[in-house]
Design a protein around this ligand. Structure first.
Ligand code: DGJ
Length: 375
């Protein structure tokens, strides 16, 4: 960020905070509804800065982690780190500060100015550590590195210590569950498609890992889902018992169809995944999948969004699906409405997911509250 961008960013933040204070001591004005796409002030009256985020529910509190963006088009690079907020009611968020800071050493993997996207935090019961995974692109290398990064902390809000970044599952072939058809098996002696070719090219050094999420199953096993093979194919890979590495067991999902922004959840024993297409920062249609086993087969079902602007996910792109604690059948679809020319102004679209039998549906609402969930 240059000096002018820095001053602009500070001025924007200060004006917003001042405006909120004039409107009557913001921190005391409790919010009671979600307003998708609008400015969402935190406890200090500043628009929440946690983009491409995910939420961990732990000991009665929700913790929202996301990319801290800065003003202007440089704002999509990681100038600060991963921001954390906490909440007990999901409407009102307390700024908990920067959970993972970028490094001042330009040689560090997470050097200031690198690209650090879609952080997700999970808790490991065996090690009692909080584990943060993210998509990492090395400083000055554009989107070429395509690595997964991991950091851990003893405290949920951090500070997190960066451990390593790499491309997962070097030298490993996919796991083929019994249902897998012969045509799904990759043959590196004669790759059958462009995406198979990328898979085979990356076999020795590890698979590309970009847009991502992490999911912990009821049995404590954790999975990392990421856009791989030049974003052509999603991979779902098992993490080691301490959640800080990959076991080498993984599958490929919706091969060759360019799925980004994966968000995974489980409802009534069925696994669901919502993702997007691949159009940079511009919105496209969401897509959803379901599976009876985490290892698939993952069945493609098309767009879960309905009504006006459903073909562009109401201007957003999925990032996480949040199960609401203590409520049955209550899941929130979380998406980002990116503003790449002024990244800090990116908005959040949170919408309830409706279940129609085993199908899901998402509808636009200008304003809503948790009362929409019946139980
Ligand atoms: C879409 C991805 O979902 C984002 O996380 C980001 O990587 C942009 N592409 C970059 O164009």
């Amino acid at each position: 960020m240059n000096t002018i961008q820095y001053i602009k960013s500070k001025l924007k933040t200060t004006l917003l905070a001042a405006g909120m204070l004039c409107a009557g001591l913001y921190s005391e004005a409790q919010q009671k509804v979600f307003k998708p796409g609008q400015i969402w002030p935190d406890d200090k009256g500043v628009h929440i800065n946690a983009h491409g985020g995910g939420i961990l529910y732990q000991n009665g509190k929700y913790y929202w982690f996301g990319e801290h963006k800065v003003a202007g088009d440089a704002g999509n690079r990681a100038m600060v780190g991963v921001h954390c907020y906490s909440s007990t009611d999901l409407y009102n968020w307390k700024d908990e500060g920067i959970a993972l800071s970028v490094s001042d050493d330009p040689k560090n993997d997470i050097a200031r100015g690198c690209i650090l996207e879609r952080p997700k935090v999970v808790y490991n019961k065996l090690t009692k550590k909080y584990v943060m995974w993210f998509h990492l692109e090395l400083l000055g290398k554009g989107y070429a590195a395509a690595r997964a990064g991991v950091a851990t902390s003893d405290r949920v809000t951090g500070p997190y210590t960066f451990i390593k970044s790499y491309r997962p599952n070097a030298g490993q072939m996919p796991f083929y569950p019994p249902f897998t058809g012969q045509s799904e098996k990759v043959n590196c002696a004669a790759p059958a498609s462009e995406t198979d070719g990328f898979f085979c090219r990356d076999l020795p050094g590890g698979q590309m890992a970009r847009d991502m999420t992490v999911f912990v199953d009821d049995d404590g096993k954790a999975y990392h889902v990421f856009s791989s093979e030049e974003n052509y194919t999603l991979q779902l890979a098992q993490l080691t018992p301490d959640y800080t590495g990959h076991t080498g067991k993984f599958i490929r999902i919706y091969i060759g169809h360019q799925t980004e922004a994966p968000a995974l959840f489980k409802h009534n024993g069925i696994y669901y995944m919502i993702g997007s297409g691949c159009t940079g920062w511009a919105p496209n249609a969401a897509r959803w999948f379901s599976a009876k086993s985490i290892w698939g087969p993952w069945v493609y079902h098309g767009n879960p969004c309905k009504g006006a602007d459903s073909a562009i996910t109401y201007g957003g792109q999925s990032t996480h699906v949040l199960p609401v604690a203590g409520k049955k059948d209550a899941f929130i679809f979380m998406a980002d409405k990116w503003t790449p020319k002024d990244a800090i102004d990116g908005r959040y679209l949170w919408l309830p997911i409706s279940f129609k039998g085993n199908d899901i549906e998402i509808d636009w609402l200008d304003s809503w509250d948790l009362g929409v969930f019946k139980k």
